[in-house]
Design a protein around this ligand. Structure first.
Ligand SMILES: Nc1nc2c(ncn2[C@@H]2O[C@H](COP(=O)(O)OP(=O)(O)O)[C@@H](O)[C@H]2O)c(=O)[nH]1
Ligand SMILES: [Mg+2]
Ligand SMILES: [Zn+2]
Length: 301
């Protein structure tokens, strides 16, 4: 038995860098600080904590099922832990960046997390261009849900409910795409839950936009996590040779190359290039692959 087993359990529901909001099994929320300098806890972590006055100290983080993070040259930023699913929310207005979408899907695949794409604002004419940009993803088997969260909320709710039931879902996407609209549609008590966090933080401590956990139901069986930081999606955690294996359309042809160490850039007898040539891999995907390969191949510090 772990030496932490006697301590109180908790779930990290918000993180502010140097302090966290931890929810107890009976639903109370309190401020907790990490033991020591390093603050390794992330939203979704199950922790063991010890009271220290009105606040708490996180003594232990339970082993994680998974962790979604991005890593640039200098640092690692975690989105959340112990996820069942990632929803990448995109729209035609503002038009999403395909590179950012690809990066999120690769990071999820690397972390072993199921990922889906949600195209929002399908009531707008720009949706057609977004749908076209998403075509390679639908072809490679990524599940795509089309919604109009604001224009057709009832239909959106019916589509999302079965997808979210009984699970923990992280929502990522560029700003202006509808993340807040989605949270407010699916989480009736969203304001109250944010209020609980503000109350725990007390006055004087400001609530900057941060990763936030929302319960979808009173029984607390399903949750949505809203996280900023979709930009700057570094993938330095991926080894160059592993990169094609996290891209399903490339992976399907990466075994057909003449050379075992083919980089799929210009080698003769490359199965990936042949597939691009035939139109089985979208040119945009091969372009993104090369851009990412350059990035992950750069000298690491
Ligand atoms: N036309 C249209 N606008 C939407 C839809 N969903 C959200 N919006 C609008 O898009 C804007 C950004 O939404 P918001 O939820 O704040 O996006 P966030 O930045 O991702 O949190 C708001 O003005 C919403 O009203 C939709 O289905 N159709
Ligand atoms: Mg928002
Ligand atoms: Zn090749």
């Amino acid at each position: 038995m772990s030496k932490f087993a006697g301590l109180d359990q908790g779930l990290v529901v918000a993180g502010f860098g140097r302090h966290f909001i931890v929810e107890t099994p009976d639903g109370e929320r309190l401020v907790c600080h990490p033991r020591g300098k390093k603050s390794e806890a992330v939203v979704g972590d199950l922790v063991r904590w010890q009271a220290a006055g009105d606040e708490g100290v996180i003594e232990h983080i339970e082993p994680r099922r998974n962790l979604l993070f991005r890593q640039d040259e200098w640092r690692t930023k975690s989105f959340a832990a112990n996820l069942d699913r990632l929803l990448v929310l995109v729209a035609g207005e503002p038009m999403f960046s395909e590179s950012q979408l690809a990066r999120a899907l690769i990071a999820a695949d690397h972390a072993g997390i199921d990922a889906r794409i949600v195209l929002n604002k399908t009531d707008l004419p720009h949706a057609a261009a977004a749908r076209e940009r998403l075509a390679p993803y639908a072809t490679m088997g990524v599940d795509l849900v089309e919604l109009a969260l604001k224009a057709r909320p009832q239909e959106a709710r019916e589509r999302l409910q079965p997808l979210l039931a009984g699970s923990t879902t992280l929502v990522l996407g560029p700003s202006g795409t509808g993340k807040s609209t989605l949270i407010n549609l699916m989480v009736p008590a969203a304001d109250a839950q944010v209020g609980e966090i503000s109350r725990a933080l007390g006055t004087g401590r400001h609530t900057t936009t941060t990763t936030t956990w929302y319960w979808l139901d009173e029984a607390r069986t399903a949750a949505l996590i809203d996280s900023p930081g979709f930009q700057e999606f570094g993938l330095r955690q991926i080894e160059p040779q592993q990169l094609p294996l996290h891209m399903p359309d490339l992976r399907a042809h990466a075994g057909d190359c003449r050379f075992y160490n083919c980089t799929h850039r210009q080698e003769p007898g490359c199965g990936v290039l042949a597939a691009v040539e035939r139109g089985d891999i979208a040119p945009s995907r091969h372009r993104i692959y090369q851009e990412l390969l350059d990035e992950v191949s750069r000298e690491k510090f």
